[in-house]
Design a protein around this ligand. Structure first.
Ligand code: PLP
Length: 336
């Protein structure tokens, strides 16, 4: 069987990620059907002319996410019940998730809503206070849980932060997730949960079953770092630094692209989403950008079903002002 996977070693995504995305897309669009057998890692690696480890890595991700299943002694198959059958996407506007679209709009009962209220990923819109209250009321009325992923809430520019859903919650329906990946660094691999009292023992049991290798030393150092006030002053310093980089990026985009560009989510976080008004395909834009030394990340993989052409995610935390200006200027040339 030929899977016809197009790999491009010039793209910023590693090959295993490209295979993962191609297969996931093939499954979701019905090009590969439930219960259909797919090639072994060995034969796919051979037909693509790449290492088997690379193919195994992408298969393992699809297996762990429930898109594929292995039957011992038989092979690898597309899962009969796909995880996306159980997922619904809810539209988002400038005020974040449109709660009215949740209300009674799905046949089966919704048990959990996943939101990134401080800075919706990737559009960057902030869930407004009225919407937060509306969402909490909806969850309470429908006996549903809210998973609040507050991954970059520490960075808010200009206006004051809106209280977290967790802080507004009166009926113990919010599970709050925080991370130190954005305020310190991702390789620290430390995050935290704030769980309603009635779920604490359940979460503790699941944690105990799934993983017992806690980074004790790192946690102790981090706890001292926080207690001594270093985290707070670090965040304050970085907020002002990122604010400057953000302003430089927004200004450079407006200068070079003018009417051709729309910027989303610039009030918070450490990335913006940019929509280019262009006839060029995303692949052409990425390829041309690559040629002038600019890596671009499409917003496409953030969509569950259909996506919009010309949308890209621009992270600006790790680039200085000169690099940002230079990068956008080169990108503008690449468009012409
Ligand atoms: C939507 C979202 N949630 C959470 C995270 C943080 O994940 P982790 O704590 O595993 O680094 C990120 C990081 O980019 C993110 O984009």
């Amino acid at each position: 069987m030929d899977l016809a996977i197009a790999l491009d070693s010039r793209l910023p995504q590693p090959l295993h990620q490209q295979i993962y995305e191609e297969l996931r897309r093939a499954i979701l669009t019905g090009r590969l059907l439930p219960r259909q057998k797919i090639p072994s890692t060995r034969s796919l690696a051979k037909s693509l002319g790449i290492s088997r480890t690379t193919v195994t890595q992408s298969y393992e991700q699809l297996l762990s996410e429930g898109y594929l299943q292995t039957i011992v002694g038989s092979g690898t198959y597309v899962c009969a019940q796909l995880p996306d059958d159980l997922l619904h996407s809810v539209p988002v506007d400038d005020s974040g998730l449109m709660v009215e679209k949740l209300a009674n709009s799905y046949e089966e009962r919704i048990r959990m809503v996943y939101v990134t209220p401080s800075h919706q990923f990737p559009t960057g819109s902030t869930l407004s206070l009225p919407r937060r209250l509306e969402l909490l009321l909806w969850a309470q009325q429908h006996d549903a849980l809210i998973l609040e992923d507050d991954y970059d809430s520490e960075y808010r520019y200009g206006d004051r932060p809106i209280p977290a859903l967790q802080g507004l919650d009166q009926s113990d329906c919010v599970i709050y997730i925080g991370t130190f990946s954005k305020v310190l660094f991702p390789s620290l691999r430390i995050g935290y949960l704030v769980v309603p009292p009635h779920l604490v023992s359940l979460f503790a049991q699941v944690k105990w079953l799934s993983d017992r290798q806690l980074p004790t030393l790192e946690q102790k150092v981090l706890a001292e770092f926080i207690a001594d006030g270093y985290l707070e002053s670090h965040i304050r310093k970085m907020r002002s630094l990122y604010d400057q980089r953000r302003q430089v990026l927004v200004q450079a985009l407006n200068t070079h692209f003018g009417e051709q560009v729309t910027i989303f989510g610039e009030n918070a976080g450490i990335h913006i989403m940019v929509k280019f008004d262009t006839h060029l395909s995303d692949e052409t834009i990425i390829e041309r950008a690559e040629r002038v030394g600019v890596g671009l990340m499409s917003a496409r993989s953030s969509y569950l079903n259909s996506w919009s052409q010309g949308e890209f995610i621009f992270g600006y935390a790790e680039l200085d002002e000169i690099q940002i200006q230079e990068g956008i200027s080169r990108l503008a040339q690449a468009f012409n």
